[in-house]
Design a protein around this ligand. Structure first.
Ligand code: ACO
Length: 333
């Protein structure tokens, strides 16, 4: 059974309630029909009820088991406006502004998650990553003990011995443009926990750089070195090392030459990139050149699961992201 199949099985065993903030959109509706048929989640669709029902019937889809919530008419909108105002008044929020903002489907859906009315949220087929994440960062915030939200990919590389027989986690590839050493340490710790909870993999974390164990010097290398020190201080139990070049991190022969005393080099299955440029480019290189399956971006570190879709996503992608979100809600990822 591959990872997605096992995630589907887990999702079905303890169905959670997931809100799709872009409920009027075609790919979301096709996905909703499939999610309901497969029994992967209970769904709430945000949008205009008539529009949603008309579109579903034009597309010959059965979404009758999904609840539809329209921020314009929902009885919850006023409560959400008051609650959002209370949450954000220290940042200058006014009740008038709050009443307007919670009518935005992304803010409405995020408030439904905060309220506990749903267990997870998926969106982003229409909205940008930034616009989806901002309400989550403002309202849901991070899980206890986690400093920042980040985004990872599970990379499944065909005919490959690196990592766990070709399975590796890459982070942060989606959220933080230029993390500090403290933030990089936080990303490393969170991704290691995710590897355990989502993939049943014992994490071996490589903190990537263009330098291996002091082979080059400078501010960029120091940032990664410091992150390794911070992580080791807070989590001495964790198998983590760096700074490491990519080849030394994953290839045992190169590791034997460049980092012979490291217990991670040559065997890493979690790769932490020094910034978002390298992380985002890195996963796309592997995805395209190695024809790898890139599952993600999956957000980690939120107090409750929120996931972003790529605007180029298919309805199949939405189904899989919803199944992953269910499992995140089950396991607190
Ligand atoms: N974790 C936790 N909280 C955060 C984080 C984080 N990573 N980043 C920002 N915040 C909080 C801030 O503390 C602040 O909270 P407050 O208002 O309660 O004080 C709030 O979020 C807003 O912070 P800003 O600094 O104003 O953040 P901004 O709204 O400018 O942007 C965002 C945050 C959206 C995450 C931004 O960094 C961003 O756009 N990142 C890149 C996303 C992206 O484009 N990714 C690439 C595409 S994805 C892909 O291709 C796979």
């Amino acid at each position: 059974m591959d990872l997605i199949e096992s995630i589907w099985e887990c999702a079905k065993q303890d169905k959670k309630r997931i809100i799709l903030a872009e409920g009027e959109e075609k790919r979301n509706l096709i996905a909703a029909d499939k999610i309901i048929k497969e029994g992967l989640a209970e769904l709430v669709l945000v949008g205009d009820e008539n529009k949603i029902k008309e579109k579903a019937s034009e597309l010959n889809l059965d979404i009758s088991k999904a609840e539809i919530m329209d921020p314009e008419t929902s009885l919850k909108t006023e409560t959400y406006a008051r609650d959002f105002y209370e949450l954000r008044k220290h940042k200058g929020m006014t009740i008038e502004k709050s009443e307007k903002m919670v009518r935005d489907p992304l803010y409405f859906a995020t408030m439904a998650l905060k309220d506990g009315y749903v267990d997870g949220m998926v969106s982003g087929a229409v909205h940008t990553t930034g616009n989806l994440l901002r309400p989550g960062l403002q309202i849901i915030k991070t899980a206890p003990g986690v400093k920042i939200v980040s985004g990872f990919f599970v990379m499944i590389i065909p005919d490959c011995d690196y990592g766990e027989e070709g399975l590796l986690l890459f982070a942060d590839c989606a959220v933080n443009p230029n993390p500090t050493s403290d933030e990089l340490a936080d990303i490393a710790i969170t991704t290691a926990e995710t590897a355990r909870k989502l993939c049943n993999v014992e994490p071996k974390v490589a903190m990537l750089s263009f330098s291996t164990m002091g082979s080059a010097k400078g501010e960029m290398v120091d940032k990664v070195k410091n992150a390794v020190e911070i992580t080791k201080k807070f989590r001495p139990d964790l198998a983590i090392d760096g700074e490491l070049q990519l080849d030394a991190a994953i290839d045992s022969e190169v590791a034997a030459l460049k980092a012979p005393s490291s217990n991670v080099a040559g065997n890493a299955n979690v790769l932490v990139f020094p910034d978002l440029q390298t992380g985002n480019i890195g996963y796309k290189l592997v995805q395209r050149f190695a024809k790898a399956k890139a599952i993600g971006p999956i957000c980690q570190g939120f107090a409750k699961p929120i996931n972003d879709l790529s605007r180029g996503c298919s309805s199949e992608d939405i189904v899989n992201v919803v199944a992953i979100t269910v499992v995140q809600a089950q396991r607190g990822i």
